[in-house]
Design a protein around this ligand. Structure first.
Ligand SMILES: [Zn+2]
Ligand SMILES: [Zn+2]
Ligand SMILES: [Zn+2]
Length: 299
């Protein structure tokens, strides 16, 4: 992905900028939300706090990913992105729960949110997210592309606060503020929960795609010269780079054995894509201490 050193440094700089912008803006939002007594602004602040955490990790990841594996971290730093989505997912979910707790009773008793302040913060929010998205727009890395779309979505969220602020300011529709907060929070939680569960299950080394594993098993069953296989493990570092290990039982030797092994490797890349494959060869009758799993296949 990173062919040019210059491109790499630029992407790092862009993400660093987006991080600093988000961090300062999150602080402004929290203070502004409390001053204007607007729960809608606070609901967006929670979301942006989560974004700030993600961007911080993304910066660190982009920086470390260049180095690749080290002696201590032999798989590299890929799982950092999982850690990032778990932490920001938990922060966003808890924050949104607090906002919902505050906002729901206010629909009937909205207090006095300050419409002018809401509009001011919303304009700032649209400008900040729009500016950060523009900076990342020309980025080449997957990280940057995902972030760009995300920032544009956030600008849309602020547009709804702008409209809400105007309704409060001009028509005294104060209830629109808590209602917006509830809608924004529910939308945020809905988006984040799926990602959170996915990341946690990848952390627990779940098979990234059960369908793929079935496909791979079926393909193995058709391999000529293979007597059986077992101890098949398929998990994923970050949802994209997978790790596969399997024990193959065969009586083939030398050339034919190498051919069999290469064939299995070809199958694994064609079905699973980018995958780190470890193959153990066993002869029939050999005692295997690992042969205690559910994937034992006598062919
Ligand atoms: Zn966001
Ligand atoms: Zn290897
Ligand atoms: Zn074995």
């Amino acid at each position: 992905m990173h062919h040019l050193g210059g491109c790499k440094g630029q992407s790092l700089k862009n993400i660093g900028w987006a991080f600093l912008l988000n961090l300062s803006f999150t602080i402004i939002e929290i203070v502004g939300g409390l001053l204007t007594q607007s729960v809608a602004v606070l609901s967006d602040a929670v979301h942006d706090a989560g974004d700030t955490i993600s961007l911080g990790f993304a910066y660190f990841l982009e920086k470390k990913a260049a180095g690749g594996p080290t002696a201590q971290f032999s798989y590299g730093m890929k799982r950092l992105s999982l850690l990032s989505s778990v932490i920001s997912g938990v922060v966003i979910t808890l924050g949104s729960a607090i906002v919902l707790w505050e906002a729901i009773p206010r629909i009937w008793d909205p207090g006095e949110p300050k419409g002018a302040g809401m509009m001011g913060l919303a304009v700032l929010g649209i400008a900040m997210n729009g500016f950060a998205a523009l900076r990342l727009k020309h980025g080449a890395t997957q990280n940057e592309k995902v972030l760009t779309w995300h920032l544009l979505e956030d600008a849309l969220g602020w547009a709804s606060v702008l409209v809400g602020g105007a309704l409060v300011y001009f028509f005294k529709w104060n209830w629109i503020d808590p209602l917006l907060a509830v809608l924004i929070s529910l939308w945020i939680v809905r988006n984040v929960l799926g990602l959170l569960f996915k990341s946690i299950s990848l952390f627990l080394q779940a098979t990234p795609d059960p369908e793929q594993k079935v496909q791979f098993t079926k393909a193995l069953e058709k391999v000529e010269g293979l007597q059986s296989f077992h101890d098949l493990h398929l998990w994923s570092l970050d949802g994209e780079s997978h790790v596969l290990s399997v024990h193959l039982v065969t009586s083939l030797r030398d050339g034919p054995l190498l051919k069999l092994k290469n064939h299995v490797r070809e199958i694994s890349t064609s079905i699973l894509g980018h995958v780190h494959t470890t193959i153990e060869i066993e002869y029939p009758g050999e005692d295997c201490p690992d042969n205690c799993d559910v994937s034992g296949h006598q062919l």
